[in-house]
Structures are given as structure tokens and as C-alpha cells.
Ligand binder design. Structure first.
Ligand SMILES: Nc1ncnc2c1ncn2[C@@H]1O[C@H](COP(=O)(O)OP(=O)(O)OP(=O)(O)O)[C@@H](O)[C@H]1O
Length: 435
């Protein structure tokens, strides 16, 4: 009987080691940090064990190996003897009693070791790694102190063997952008950072992937002066524009020759001087629309004029970008004195979203939780709709894509102003063809 109790105890001990190992290895560091800040006991110890994972894993390995040896050498042999004796007492021949007795003991102990010693504790550990890590960490720390000399020997031997294979490759330690994004989402759900901070970090990371076309003010919205404009037209523009820098074109609208500050033109008008736009011209950097926003920001930083003129591959003037556009891509739209900004996306009670046609498509992908095709040629929600529908749509037309139905609800001229996005699983029987 005592042998049976010892065997079960060893199996359970194996389970404790398996549980502790998986819980501490798979616990998320930001969540443990948050628990430590909330005063949860064991959280700091678990973090310390994670920091020194080599020593912790060696301790667990020593524990599991010792338990296995003890279970086999002591209780296995003793239980095998006991069971063989029982079969002999019942008149079984010795040649059959011994293999049967030992075979049964090996089978039962193997079964219990796998189920109670490994599978159940590991499943348990995966369900709540941080909570279990906090609970087992103090015991594991005591054990790792007791086992320190043996652990040192194991670590030194492991390092020696790894040393024979040369230095570790960099790829193992490189953190990918995707991992950073996941970490930031986890940090937010663990309460380590605020939602607003998470949004800004995602916005900064997006700047490196987003072409400047996705955040520029398009040419249709730009207030600019043509050198051929009469004084009256320029006066009206200066009175009406809320912007302090205006691009200046000469000849064609694609030939932007620089920018002027509206303040300087107003000053010369107020002092009674003749309106000479060319005299106030400043050179602004010209950038291609495919340049990444991060690189555009570097161009603006090095430029004396904080406006970049965006041109496409054919040399057409496409729009302008200023540091304010980059900041807006990170923190969202600003309220100006003249008008409250309309949000790019508004969620409606039925789960659909009303989206601005000019909304950057990667921001849309984030709020709708969809993955955009790698080789896409569009940058805005309106561009997505046109690319899917394959023509300039009219109000009321729709197309199904990315698991959503996109319906054009408002046009501004030929420009798509508002799009209604409805999840397709909400509309039974939706089709994939434009109307
Ligand atoms: N001439 C312009 N026409 C249309 N949009 C412009 C013009 N100049 C700047 N913008 C846009 O206005 C937004 C704010 O830009 P920014 O703050 O750099 O200039 P601003 O509007 O002139 O304001 P400020 O007077 O503070 O410089 C950005 O989206 C920018 O692209």
C-alpha cells in the first residue's frame, strides 16, 4: 500500500513540475508586470524566474528526472514485486506471474504519468498561465536555490555544448513589427498602456508602411494660386483660405513652382504695395506619391518650408503633405477653429460603419479587422471601392469585398465621399457583384 501511495505522490510531483514549467514559460510578461503592480503575490518572483529562465528550466529538468528515476527504481520495482507475489499466491506459475505483474505496473504507471503527470497539468497551465505562475513561483524559487550547484553544472555543460556549434544566429532574437503590434495589443488589454497610447504606437508603425499618398491633402482640396490669377481672385482666396501656405502654379496646374505664405501677401496688400506673388515664392520639396510617410517626414524635417508637393510618376501634381498630416495619421484628426472635423469612421448601432471615402485604407482595415491584399494599388476607402467595382460608381452602388459589403452612399462630384460598410455575415444571401 505504501508503495502505491509513494508512486502516486511521485506522479503528482511530476505534474507539479510540468505545470510550473509551462505556466512560467508561457506567461505573458506585460500581464505579470501589471499583476505585480497591483500587488499580486508571486508575480515578481515569477518575473524573476522568467528573467533567469536557464536556471529555472534546469531546476525543473532536475526535478522531473529525479522523479522519473525514483518512480522507476523504487516504487516500480517494489510494486512489481508485490503484484507478482499476489499472482503467485493465487497459484499462477512463476513464468507468467512475473511478466504479468511487472507489465501491469509499467502500464499503469506510464498511463498515470502521462495523464496526471503531464497532460492534465499542462492543459491547466495553458488555461491561466499568469495566475498559476504566481502561485507556483515561490516554491520554484526555493527549489532552484536548493538545486543551485547542480543547476550551475547543467548550465555550464549546456553552454559548453552550444559553444561548440558557434554563436546563436541573430534571427532568433530579432523582434518583428508584427510581434511589436501583438505585444502592444496585449499590453493594452493587460492595462499596462492606455488605448490612446496603443493607437498612437500603431499609427507610428504604420507610417513606415504607408505611402505619402495615403495621408496627403489631395489636389482637389488644396487652395493654390495660379500666377495668371487676377488680383481680385487672389484677394478672395486670401480672405477665405484657412491655410498659411499656398502652392503657386504657372502655366499648367501640374507646374507647381513653389509656395507662398498668405501672411506675407496680406502684409504687402495692407501696406499698399503691389501684389507680387513671385517675389514671395519659396522653394518647397517635391516628393513622389509612393514615398513612405516616414521618409516624407524626414524630407519635411530637413526642409526650410514645412510643405511637400506630391507628384505622381507622370509628373502630375497630386496634393500636399505637411507635418500636421503625419501627426494626424498618428493621433487622429484635429479640430480646427472654423469647423469640427468629421470623424473618418462612425459605428452604427446595427454593427455597420459609415466611412469617409478619403479614409486611409489601412486605418479602415484595423477597425474592420480585415487583412488587405499585399499588392493593392489603392490607399483610401474610395480607392478600394473603385478598385473592386472597376468603374467610377454612382450613389447606391455596392460591392462585396473582404467579408464586407461596401455601399457608396454619397458622392462629391465624381469623388466617393461616404461609404457604408456592412458585415456580410449580417446580410444573408449577399452577392459579390456590383449593382
Ligand atoms: N494650401 C492648402 N490647401 C489645402 N490644405 C492645406 C493647405 N496647406 C495646408 N493644408 C492642410 O491643412 C492641414 C493642416 O496643415 P498645417 O497645420 O501644416 O497648415 P495650415 O492649415 O496652414 O495651418 P497653420 O496656419 O497652423 O500652419 C494639413 O492636412 C495640410 O495638408
Amino acid at each position: 500500500m505504501l508503495e502505491l501511495v509513494i508512486a502516486l505522490f511521485l506522479v503528482a510531483l511530476n505534474g507539479v513540475f510540468a505545470l510550473s514549467e509551462l505556466a512560467i514559460v508561457s506567461a505573458r510578461r506585460p500581464r505579470l508586470k501589471a499583476m505585480a503592480e497591483q500587488g499580486r503575490s508571486g508575480a515578481n518572483t515569477a518575473l524573476a524566474l522568467m528573467e533567469d529562465s536557464g536556471r529555472f528550466l534546469s531546476t525543473v529538468q532536475i526535478g522531473i528526472t529525479l522523479v522519473g528515476i525514483l518512480a522507476g527504481a523504487f516504487s516500480g520495482a517494489a510494486l512489481g514485486d508485490r503484484l507478482t507475489q499476489i499472482f503467485l499466491d493465487r497459484g499462477m506459475p512463476e513464468g507468467a506471474a512475473e511478466p504479468l505483474g511487472y507489465g501491469l505496473v509499467i502500464g499503469i504507471i506510464t498511463y498515470l504519468s502521462i495523464v496526471i503527470g503531464e497532460l492534465v497539468p499542462k492543459q491547466l497551465a495553458l488555461r491561466n498561465p499568469e495566475g498559476i505562475a504566481c502561485a507556483v513561483a515561490p516554491l520554484m524559487r526555493v527549489l532552484s536555490k536548493v538545486a543551485a550547484p547542480a543547476v550551475w553544472l547543467l548550465n555550464a555543460s549546456t553552454r559548453l555544448i552550444f559553444g561548440l556549434f558557434g554563436p546563436a544566429s541573430d534571427s532568433d532574437t530579432t523582434v518583428t513589427e508584427e510581434e511589436i503590434k501583438m505585444l502592444v495589443v496585449e499590453a493594452e488589454s493587460a492595462g499596462v498602456i492606455e488605448e490612446e497610447e496603443r493607437r498612437m504606437i500603431s499609427g507610428v508603425l504604420r507610417l513606415g508602411d504607408r505611402p505619402v499618398r495615403g495621408l496627403m491633402t489631395p489636389r482637389t482640396d488644396v487652395d493654390w494660386i495660379d500666377l495668371a490669377d487676377g488680383e481680385e481672385t487672389i484677394r478672395t482666396l486670401l480672405i477665405e483660405t484657412p491655410h498659411s501656405r499656398l502652392p503657386v502654379t504657372e502655366g499648367t496646374s501640374d507646374n507647381v513652382i513653389g509656395v507662398v505664405q498668405s501672411r506675407e501677401l496680406l502684409a504687402s496688400l495692407l501696406t499698399g504695395q503691389p501684389l507680387d506673388v513671385r517675389a514671395h515664392l519659396q522653394q518647397a520639396p517635391v516628393i513622389p506619391d509612393t514615398l513612405y510617410a516616414l521618409d516624407a517626414l524626414a524630407v519635411l524635417r530637413d526642409s526650410a518650408v514645412p510643405v511637400a508637393l506630391v507628384h505622381d510618376e507622370y509628373g502630375h501634381f497630386e496634393g500636399i503633405v505637411t507635418p500636421a498630416d503625419a501627426l494626424e495619421a498618428i493621433v487622429g484628426a484635429f479640430r480646427s477653429d472654423s469647423e469640427a472635423p468629421e470623424p473618418d469612421a462612425t459605428r452604427r448601432d446595427d454593427g455597420s460603419w459609415l466611412l469617409a471615402g478619403s479614409m486611409p485604407v489601412d486605418e479602415m482595415a484595423e477597425i474592420l479587422s480585415v487583412t488587405l491584399p499585399e499588392n493593392r494599388s489603392y490607399h483610401t476607402v474610395g480607392g478600394l471601392v473603385i478598385s473592386e467595382i472597376q468603374h467610377l460608381p454612382n450613389t447606391g452602388e455596392h460591392v462585396n469585398a473582404l467579408g464586407w459589403r461596401f455601399e457608396v452612399v454619397d458622392l462629391d462630384g465624381r469623388r466617393i465621399d461616404k461609404v457604408l460598410a456592412i458585415p456580410l455575415n449580417q446580410r444573408a444571401g449577399a452577392t459579390v457583384a456590383p449593382t
